[in-house]
Design a protein around this ligand. Structure first.
Ligand code: HSE
Length: 405
């Protein structure tokens, strides 16, 4: 492919689109860009002298275009673009996590059927090349757990609230201004964005295609000041933790606000940074940290996919082993809630603290069922990491002993 041919079409010129274009121009590859498809022709653009169009046919009826970089926010439109491009055997790069989480299995089939290419490093964990790490580095080991902070916006909000005492709304506004948040920030704070990313990683690490409706995501939107104070009083932080784990041929996964202590790497991840721990059979635990959102960090991984599109292929090598794993939602977890009694009918075990606050053991499947109820009453749920549970329960024991001494 001649580097002078205009063989590339870019869809979208928002935060990530502009980031991608920055690297394209900086590396003198902008001559490869045939057109940039945008939705709104009247919006002012910087630079404004590029070949913008609102007509998708400029791409799909142009045989010279063999590479499509899809960076729009509408996930349904994104799906149509990527599907059409793959059906034409084109090389496709996308960062649309929502679209990929909903349609990955079908898109991989199209990639294989029509001989195109589909890469999407920019969809997960911003600048951390986590898909590449799993795809290449972990091809020779069995991953047993992936656990991390995958949403920069929520982590930014939690950091500001915890460390600077800024209000939730104000912190979210700052994250939007900085270009970290989704067009609709509910996707960030309700844990959907982290779930989409977790499901993409689950496919690569465990070989399972699981769609979002079947999985648990609880976000940071119902957290209360009393929860923050409870965490601080116990030297803990609350982080939005996405985790997928295999155990005894079962795969469990969740996105939940989680109490973490200072011994946990995630405790130290601040602002828009992401952090991912990968645990595997022979290597043990490894931890990766990097900027999880923003124009240049995300634009960079998209550009890296673009530059390496010929030589990179996702092999989905863990997919055959995934057949042995059963996706399981009947596993129980321990959570804290500011109104644990709301979950009464689902709880297997309960420890009441002050008034309505307390700990409870609950099946993941029941938390999925209880999600609407929790949102309706704006009740918080915070998972206890194993370390933290032991500490908090030990404390409880001491208190009980004191009362009865
Ligand atoms: N809204 C996303 C986040 C952008 O905050 O992590 C990066 O995917």
């Amino acid at each position: 492919m001649s580097t002078q041919t205009k063989h590339t079409a870019l869809f979208g010129f928002g935060t990530v689109g502009q980031g991608f274009y920055h690297y394209l121009a900086e590396n003198n590859n902008d001559k490869q860009l045939a057109t940039i498809v945008i939705k709104n022709a009247s919006k002012s653009r910087i630079p404004d002298n590029l070949n913008f169009t609102t007509n998708v046919n400029d791409v799909f009826q142009n045989n010279q275009i063999n590479t499509v970089v899809e960076l729009i926010s509408d996930y349904k439109e994104a799906f149509n673009i990527v599907k059409n491009a793959l059906e034409q055997g084109k090389k496709v790069i996308s960062s649309n996590k929502k679209m990929i989480a909903h349609h990955l299995e079908e898109l991989v089939e199209l990639e294989q059927q029509f001989g195109g290419k589909f890469l999407y490093e920019g969809a997960v964990a911003g600048s951390i090349p986590i898909i590449k790490i799993i795809n290449e580095h972990y091809a020779f080991d069995e991953i047993t757990e992936i656990r991390g902070i995958l949403n920069g916006t929520s982590n930014y909000v939690l950091t500001q609230v915890f460390e600077k005492g800024i209000g939730y709304q104000e912190a979210l506004h700052q994250a939007q201004q900085a270009g970290f948040a989704e067009a609709n920030p509910a996707a960030d704070v309700e844990g959907f964005d982290a779930l989409y990313k977790l499901l993409i990683l689950t496919t690569h690490a465990f070989g399972k295609f699981i769609t979002p409706e079947k999985a648990l995501n609880i976000g940071i939107n119902n957290l209360k000041n009393s929860d923050i104070n409870f965490a601080k009083a116990n030297n803990l932080k609350i982080k939005l933790v996405a985790s997928a784990k295999s155990h005894n041929n079962k795969l469990t996964l969740s996105v939940l606000p989680t109490f973490v202590d200072e011994n946990d790497d995630l405790f130290h991840i601040k602002n828009e940074f992401n952090g991912v721990e990968v645990v595997s059979k022979n290597i043990g635990s490894q931890f990766f940290k990097g900027k999880g959102a923003g124009k240049l960090p995300t634009g960079h991984v998209v550009f890296s996919d673009y530059q390496n599109v010929e030589k990179t292929t996702y092999t989905y090598q863990h997919v055959p082993s995934g057949k042995r794993l059963k996706y399981e939602t009947k596993e129980s977890i321990w959570v804290y809630s500011n109104k644990i009694t709301l979950l009464e009918k689902y709880l297997e075990d309960v420890v009441l603290l002050n008034g309505p606050q307390g700990y409870g053991s609950i099946k993941i499947a029941d938390l999925i069922k209880a999600k609407d109820l929790l949102n309706l009453h704006q009740v918080s749920v915070i998972a206890l990491s194993e370390n933290v549970k032991q500490k908090l329960f030990l404390q409880l024991k001491h208190k009980i002993q004191l009362v009865y001494a």
